[in-house]
Design a protein around this ligand. Structure first.
Ligand SMILES: NC(=O)c1ccc[n+]([C@@H]2O[C@H](COP(=O)([O-])OP(=O)(O)OC[C@H]3O[C@@H](n4cnc5c(N)ncnc54)[C@H](O)[C@@H]3O)[C@@H](O)[C@H]2O)c1
Length: 256
């Protein structure tokens, strides 16, 4: 008898997703992958409508549905309004991917108050803002998925990144607390900790930083945005229904 294969690729048709920082780098790959699985996707970013056009086209061309909202994730009221807008337009929200992040590196004895505040405001408060905005919706509908993009540097610290590492460690505390609070409402809350992934953020850090990260990796090849996107769609699917409060590293063994 011929063997039967069942595709277990996540089916997210009928689901609506919000991806913060969804226009470039890891966020763009996540937006595309969620749309590929059938979800309608709202991409929230500081970038312009013009910069979003290419991605919107790539999603809509094969029949996907996406929208772009220009907003600053670190603005509490803007986050509430944005979530309301997406809910009005899509009719529901099932998935939140907190991904928008920045770095303003510097050693602690030279770090300015502004460098510290900027990173904590976007990387930590931004994640709180959107989580706070979707929580009543997820609680009410008794379902939802939240995926927070943190970093291996939130687990181990990094020279020159006290602000960034603190924000990313904070995201882990946020993830575990919210997982506890929303678990009884059937909401899964997990974090992904990438190692070095080739995006603009890494390009801006320079070749020395890139080479050092690559040297740390057991798998001697840099991570790609799709490596993160694949785990996001898994965590947002029924295949991961029993996983919550987890922090999963995707880092080619950079932090073993
Ligand atoms: N690239 C890596 O090696 C790496 C490693 C670990 C973790 N991460 C994390 O992954 C996430 C994505 O990183 P990336 O490398 O794709 O970065 P990126 O700079 O390529 O993209 C970040 C996106 O977020 C948007 N953004 C920034 N601040 C915003 C704000 N206040 N409001 C709305 N949008 C905002 C930017 O416009 C941009 O589109 C970040 O949280 C980052 O810390 C990245």
């Amino acid at each position: 008898m011929e063997q039967q294969f069942n595709s277990t690729y996540p089916d997210l048709r009928g689901h609506s997703a919000i991806v913060t920082g969804g226009i470039s780098g890891i966020g763009a790959a996540i937006s595309l992958e969620l749309a590929r699985c059938g979800a309608q996707v709202a991409m929230i970013d500081l970038k312009t409508e013009e910069e979003a056009t290419g991605l919107l086209h790539n999603i809509s061309k094969p029949g996907g549905k996406a929208m772009f909202i220009k907003a600053d994730t670190s603005d509490f009221t803007a986050a509430l309004n944005t979530v309301q807008k997406v809910n009005d337009q899509f009719g529901r929200i099932d998935i939140l991917v907190n991904n928008a992040g920045i770095n303003r590196d510097g050693v602690i004895w030279k770090m300015s108050e502004e460098q510290w505040d900027d990173v904590i405001r976007v990387n930590l408060k931004g994640y709180f803002n959107f989580t706070r905005a979707v929580a009543p919706i997820f609680r009410e509908q008794r379902s939802g998925k939240i995926v927070n993009i943190t970093s291996i540097n939130g687990l181990r610290g990094k020279f020159g990144q006290a602000n960034y590492s603190a924000s990313k460690a904070g995201i882990i505390g946020l993830t575990k607390s919210v997982a506890r609070e929303l678990g009884k409402y059937n909401v899964n809350v997990n974090a992904i900790a990438p190692g070095m992934i080739e995006t603009a953020m890494v390009k801006n850090a320079g070749e020395t930083v890139r080479a050092a990260a690559l040297d740390e990796m057991v798998l001697k090849s840099p991570g790609k945005p799709d490596d993160i996107a694949h785990l996001v769609v898994f965590l947002c699917s029924d295949l991961a229904r029993h996983i919550t409060g987890e922090v999963i590293r995707v880092d080619g063994g950079q932090y073993i």
